[in-house]
Design a protein around this ligand. Structure first.
Ligand SMILES: N[C@@H](CCC(=O)N[C@@H](CS)C(=O)NCC(=O)O)C(=O)O
Length: 257
């Protein structure tokens, strides 16, 4: 059975979970702790980023766009990429814009807020672990914070402000682009919607999502995301999740299908 090596709280990983769930691809999931994940992932791909799909023959497909491409070839239904060449190009361009620009910028701001709250950081990223392991992890967070900041380009207040600007940019984009049909490309649901919704889920926190905020929500994080709640783009994210996210919870081990 193929295996997804993942972080629970990550838009790129959520994109792949969503695609696997929609296509009902039998697989196993292994959630890794950010930090200790590095040894495991590097051995497989030579890099440290998730998601990684380990195929039955032991080969790996790494990077969310490449995994989507592989899934689309091996498990075509339901289709996530449009058939019409112009729509397909547009969908891939939206995916790339989010993957390479919008998502890393928003992530800086979200990570910055979470790093300031080690207990909450641990509650989010070590969600699947025991309370004791979560507590130990929270002690390591302040020690690892400088490396995490450097690795993610969190260079100071300007980078954090830029992430907030990126979230507004993305919310404005989805609100305008989905106005006519409810979808970003070609009047039907697909990879562009999944990519934008999973990125924006990190600041919109839709109900029907495996990336729910642990409760109670830390006040600093709550203050960061509150201004986005009423944006029409945030409503689009909640609607897309409600209508198309077929699984609202994550799991460890083999998929139930
Ligand atoms: N472009 C990559 C980005 C993946 C990425 O940035 N993954 C993050 C999680 S959000 C990660 O695994 N970071 C840990 C690391 O780089 O060591 C993709 O689309 O898969």
């Amino acid at each position: 059975m193929i295996e997804l090596l993942q972080f629970r709280h990550s838009p790129y990983n959520e994109k792949i979970r969503w695609a696997l769930d929609l296509k009902r691809v039998p697989h196993r999931r292994r959630s890794l702790l950010p930090g200790p994940h590095m040894g495991v992932v590097k051995k497989l791909t030579g890099r440290t980023q998730t998601p990684v799909l380990v195929l039955e023959d032991g080969s790996v497909v790494a990077g969310s766009a490449r995994i989507v491409e592989w899934l689309e070839r091996q498990h075509p239904e339901p289709r996530l990429l449009p058939d019409a060449p112009a729509d397909r190009e547009q969908a891939l361009a939206i995916q790339q814009r989010f993957d390479d620009d919008i998502t890393p910028r928003i992530r800086r701001t979200v990570l910055d807020a979470l790093l300031r709250r080690p207990r909450y950081f641990a509650a989010v990223f070590a969600e699947a672990e025991s309370p004791l392991k979560q507590r130990l992890y929270s002690f390591i967070v302040p020690l690892a914070a400088p490396v995490v900041r450097k690795g993610n380009g969190i260079t100071g207040a300007a980078a954090v402000a830029d992430g907030i600007a990126a979230a507004h940019e993305a919310l404005d984009f989805v609100a305008a682009q989905a106005k006519a049909s409810g979808y970003l490309v070609g009047g039907r649901f697909g990879i562009a919607d999944i990519t934008a919704a999973t990125t924006l889920a990190t600041v919109v926190r839709p109900d029907n999502s495996p990336m729910q905020s642990p409760q109670p929500v830390d006040p600093l994080f709550a203050a960061l995301i509150a201004p986005f709640r009423e944006h029409p783009g945030a409503q689009w994210v909640r609607d897309i999740y409600a209508r198309h996210r077929v699984a609202s919870a994550d799991f460890e081990g083999p998929s139930p299908y």
